[in-house]
Design a protein. Sequence first.
Lengths: 300, 300
Amino acid sequence: MANTYWSEKTLQLLRRMNNFYLPGSCRPNCLRFEIDGAQVGWIPPRVVLLLARFPEVFSPPHGGAVSLCPILNSYGRRSEAVDTVLQTLRQDESLTCLKGWRDEKYSVMPKFSDAPLMWMERAATSLFGVKRYGVHINGYTVSDSGEVSMWLARRSPSKQTYPGLLDNLAAGGLAAGVGIKQTLVKECQEEACIPAATAEKARPVSTVSYTYEDEEGVFAESQFVFDLKLPLDFQPTVGDGEVQEFYLLPIEEVKEMLASDDFKPNCAMVVLDFLIRHSFIEADTEPYYQEFVEGLHQTL
Amino acid sequence: MANTYWSEKTLQLLRRMNNFYLPGSCRPNCLRFEIDGAQVGWIPPRVVLLLARFPEVFSPPHGGAVSLCPILNSYGRRSEAVDTVLQTLRQDESLTCLKGWRDEKYSVMPKFSDAPLMWMERAATSLFGVKRYGVHINGYTVSDSGEVSMWLARRSPSKQTYPGLLDNLAAGGLAAGVGIKQTLVKECQEEACIPAATAEKARPVSTVSYTYEDEEGVFAESQFVFDLKLPLDFQPTVGDGEVQEFYLLPIEEVKEMLASDDFKPNCAMVVLDFLIRHSFIEADTEPYYQEFVEGLHQTL
């Protein structure tokens, strides 16, 4: 039988990471963020109030939506006008997310397959509930006797977000105009000193999608997931300082750690997805099997 | 680059199989089907009208829900009372789904992890939008040079549903009280004459979930997905007559066939899930990659 404590903790993780869909979330009070009539995000009520100070950029709320002014009719005009607003809002002490300003441009579009309508500073996306995309890489080894181990990173204590917690081998956000595999190769190189020729062997296997809210806003994210089977003698090493240490752990130990609070939550979801795809969880003995898969792919 | 025609056809498949969530579906007009205050399904308006003829079993609609009468306070009482109603409704010519009566009992519960509150005849579940669970098995081979091929079944022309269309190696619904692996072994044996010792090697890898409506009702389904790697010299053979023929096809050919109308739609979804997990679809070149994964796991 499955470990009940583990199952419950894992279900709680998925619920927390999808709390935007749960009763009691700010969702019913959010306004849709629309560009040219298409929804690209969800704006929490307190942000709506702040945006009212910039009527030359944001039209007054209408029909449950906040839209960009129609005069902002190109990718460049929209991006620059919103960026100017955000530069002003950075002075606002209450917007803690903007203290994490990164000078990273994220594409804004209704769906990943749509052409971007503008770019937005990464740190501001949660104010608008704009969907962010990234890449996460499961690094693993298989011993001669078939035992699977997984490489995990421990985040640097100086990281802005989730300092000191466990992370996947490498991961990173998709900046505007940069490809998925390109981001993967770059992050593998920068964070773990994995040569491009090795990183290129990573295989696309899944996505993990979720939406949560916290005091900083609405986080709607989809991660493209890759598996990278590494040689037994390969050793990732600390690169740009985002990681303090790498560990190679037996998969059962990794599984147990999912139920600790030692994991960056979205990385724990990527590991759970790995455990399911690689048959480390049995459909008959894990009562939440179907709910686990469901919780990894919430996007409606 | 991905084949645009293939991508669009595959996206259409996923939209059709999730049309209950799309604008224009009967969902806003459905009533929740509740037992003991917990939702277990969605009842379309025309079925609500029929149920009004049985006030000793179904309480009058209240607050957007139809409930079983409180006197039906046990698994056995609920199951028998509803079964009696359904036996009467079988005479109703307009309920075409009940012509497919199978004498198969399906468990009814809010979530898979909850204790069943009653059983219901399989053919009636779409009248109540009660969730159905099943097992689908991807049978595949890997040649010495690494080429993957997949076993597909062509359904018998005399099957009640989707006659003559392509299907997974084996599949079947989860009857009340029967385990997932147990169902898998049974279906492999009955449909494809796969010995239990071989079927047991199937590995749990995923679920595929979707909800569609058609003239017969609301189909809310989750399939537990297993991969079964078969020896190159293994040959499934026709068993109970549900299948007319088995084919072993190169994976690229299977992929192309997803865009034909030759597949039973939910089996095509199971194949798409296989293609994604086994890296036959690239995240960078398939524009709908993220939407494909999302479309395979719609349950909110």
